[in-house]
Write a protein that binds this ligand. Structure first.
Ligand SMILES: [Zn+2]
Length: 300
């Protein structure tokens, strides 16, 4: 039987293979690495269209949320095919739109975490024993990178407040989830994203997580006025609910940092409903539900 990337969880090997196949089929894709994980896995970025002004989609910050990687690759493949054939998707002239504003997709921000989530501590190389010691019975709860740092709690946006919230929740050391690290930007995966933001003109950024069918759209006083309007449109076309940051999810996230430092619209999209990890069999259902939202998000 022919291997199908969309019917199995995206382990790092199959993910890299899929990117090679996409580059072969669509040579205009700009595939690059923005940096490496703690264990030396590449963090890939794939661009299509005008790279002077871009929308950013990034996924798999959290290990158990690897379905976001499959989803973003699925979207990338459809965009690439439509860009090449000059066809429309849900009425969107993809080729024309991407020539105005391009898109960069970073499907797997946390490749070590996804490997631990799918294959256990044995995938963590020299950190195998460390990962094993903090794993707490099962890799099903693993959301962090290989050093037990939650990458969506590691950005310098309200980091001090976040550390206080962590301490009151009893999280003071590396952990499968919700530990923000010794200091902001302590992790190479975080720094790779920062370097990307600093060198590229990202107009709007979307971080994909699971689950909840929700859209987070604000962070403090630097949230642009237009963010709520964009969020309302995204909600309308997807049926996803608009929500505000709360509790341990209030600070330190990628979209928080993007809004706070760049004064531009940033969003977190929580895909699907159920218990993480959402199964790969949910992919088509989730994709069909939010395809139009992703298209709107790409061009808005
Ligand atoms: Zn998440």
């Amino acid at each position: 039987m022919q291997y199908n990337f969309y019917t199995s969880p995206p382990n790092y090997r199959s993910y890299v293979k899929k990117l090679c196949e996409l580059k072969r089929d669509f040579p205009f894709l700009e595939v690059s690495s923005i940096g490496q994980s703690v264990l030396g896995r590449e963090i890939y970025a794939i661009g299509i269209g005008n790279m002077q002004s871009i929308t950013l989609f990034a996924g798999a910050f959290h290990a158990q949320e690897w379905l976001t990687c499959s989803l973003l690759i699925r979207y990338l493949e459809q965009l690439a095919s439509s860009y090449k054939e000059k066809t429309t998707v849900c009425g969107f002239p993809v080729n024309q739109s991407l020539k105005q504003r391009g898109i960069v997709i970073i499907p797997m921000v946390n490749p070590d975490g996804v490997s631990i989530a799918l294959e256990g501590a044995s995938s963590a190389g020299y950190l195998r024993n460390f990962v094993d010691s903090i794993m707490q019975n099962s890799n099903r709860s693993w959301q962090a990178n290989a050093r037990g740092v939650d990458l969506n709690h590691n950005y310098n946006a309200g980091y001090k407040q976040l550390k206080e919230l962590e301490r009151s929740a009893g999280i003071t050391s590396p952990s499968p989830r919700q530990y923000g690290g010794e200091c902001a930007h302590s992790e190479p995966e975080t720094r790779a994203m920062l370097a990307f933001l600093q060198t590229r003109n990202v107009e709007t950024a979307y971080a994909f997580h699971s689950q909840g069918e929700e859209i987070f759209y604000e962070y403090g006083l630097n949230t642009p006025a237009k963010s709520i309007y964009i969020a309302e449109i995204l909600s309308k076309v997807s049926g996803y609910t608009l929500v505000k940051n709360d509790g341990l999810y209030s600070h330190g996230g990628f979209k928080d940092y993007f809004i706070d430092k760049f004064y531009r619209p940033g969003f977190t999209i929580e895909i699907g409903k159920g218990e993480n990890p959402l199964p790969i069999t949910n992919l088509e259902k989730v994709y069909n539900k939010i395809l139009e939202m992703m298209l709107v998000a790409t061009v808005i």
